[in-house]
Design a protein around this ligand. Structure first.
Ligand SMILES: O=C(O)CCC(=O)C(=O)O
Length: 272
């Protein structure tokens, strides 16, 4: 897909390396759109896996199912996808974990979601200081076509991760539009990579089919998992060293002296 396919301003990136321009766009807007991460066939396989996950759980309406990577190999493969992982590493360094993986369904003819920033209901990230730090970096793999608005897209407010004032209550209450909302338009197989503090919502979906998106959330290693209480032991035994590392099952080398984390498992091992 070429940049011309997208109308208007877009924080368009490319698979792989996190370029200086990527960094500037990410700092400025809080997100990047990466087309052509999955082929049409790969996106279709993942869509089938996502559908199975929700069928197994018997979900209805807007719903999210966690830890699907444990049972669906095609979703496991996305955890360290080479189109995305270099960007995550460029933002975090080599010590981070997969905090959660949520498969979300926006049902056929689903309405608008509520505006929100990502974080923890138990402890508002705003309490940590300004600007809100990067603690949940989300890579959202679009598994259905979202090339046009009203296809269950994500809508983002560019730069809002740096806003020092909250989104007005009436806009949140009424799930209202605002002039600076950007509906992310991209085909299946694209990835939206975004900062937890960017205000966003699920856009309306006019289609007669369910929309699925696979979200992978990366965090510093001391953040607690949110889609699982603990890792499945069988999964850990059969997955790859890199994914096992990202599962965050370290012994507690930080206790009591804060040293001795295991070496990162990435192929091009950097200094650890
Ligand atoms: O998949 C979606 O529609 C949006 C998910 C979302 O905004 C969230 O989980 O924070």
């Amino acid at each position: 897909m070429s940049a011309e396919t997208y109308a208007g301003l877009n924080a368009l990136s490319e698979p792989g390396e996190f370029t200086e321009l990527d960094r500037f766009m990410f700092e400025s807007w809080g997100y990047l759109v990466i087309p052509n991460v999955l082929t049409a066939e790969e996106a279709q396989e993942c869509l089938e896996a996502a559908t199975r996950l929700h069928e197994k759980e018997g979900t209805t309406g807007w719903a999210q199912v966690g830890r699907g990577f444990e049972t669906e190999p095609v979703l496991d493969r996305l955890i360290d996808h080479p189109a995305v992982l270099p960007k995550v590493r460029a933002l975090y360094g080599d010590r981070f974990i997969l905090q959660s993986a949520w498969c979300t369904k926006q049902p056929a003819f689903g309405g608008f979601g509520g505006w929100h920033q990502d974080g923890s209901g138990a402890y508002d990230f705003k309490q940590l200081g300004y600007p809100i730090p990067l603690l949940q970096l989300r890579a959202s793999f679009l598994l259905t076509d979202q090339s046009l608005p009203r296809m269950g897209n994500m809508e983002m407010i560019p730069g809002s991760h740096r806003a020092q004032v909250p989104l007005p209550q009436d806009i949140r209450r009424e799930k209202a539009d605002l002039p600076i909302g950007q509906v992310i338009c991209a085909p299946a197989g694209s990835v939206l990579l975004f900062h937890n503090a960017v205000w966003h919502r699920t856009y309306v979906h006019d289609g007669d089919y369910d929309r699925y998106t696979m979200h992978y959330i990366y965090s510093p290693p001391w953040v607690r998992f949110s889609d699982r209480f603990e890792n499945d032991k069988d999964y850990l035994a059969r997955t790859t060293p890199v994914r096992r590392y990202l599962a965050g099952e370290y012994e507690r080398p930080d206790a009591p002296f804060g040293a001795g984390y295991p070496a990162a498992a990435f192929d091009d091992k950097k200094d650890n």
